[in-house]
Design a protein around this ligand. Sequence first.
Ligand code: FMN
Length: 134
Amino acid sequence: MVKLSEEMKTAFSKVKIFPVATASKEGVPNVVPIGFCQLVDDETIWIADNFMVKSLANLEENPIVAIYVWGPETGGCYQIKGKATIIRSGEKFDKMKAIVNAAKPGLPAKTLIEVMISDVFQCAPGPAAGTKLL
Ligand SMILES: Cc1cc2nc3c(=O)[nH]c(=O)nc-3n(C[C@H](O)[C@H](O)[C@H](O)COP(=O)(O)O)c2cc1C
């Protein structure tokens, strides 16, 4: 697993809606916009599943997730890959549910997707685009 740099964490904090990509075990890709996507430490992302259907089905058979971090205020662009664990109960799940319901009461917060970051790539345009940073 890898730890995000301060620059990467700052960029992450500026994004409001994250594109979250998954794939089926046959390799069919699926990408969705996700608002509840937060860093819990330098190497872990929590995604709150409120409405996932294909994304969750994909993660049940293929845990690899890809996200890119970009927005008008990020000052850079990073592509993050990681391995997801699906969490449906326990302390972490309860914490995620409390965060979601404090922000938007009534949302189902049905599953916590915990992503351990495994790779970070340069995603900004230029000669270094696509290179592995972490
Ligand atoms: C702006 C925006 C933010 C969203 N945020 C979330 C979210 O935080 N959690 C979630 O489960 N779905 C969220 N959705 C819904 C998903 O993008 C998507 O509709 C859902 O995962 C079903 O698609 P799927 O079958 O491909 O998984 C959001 C949609 C939009 C447009």
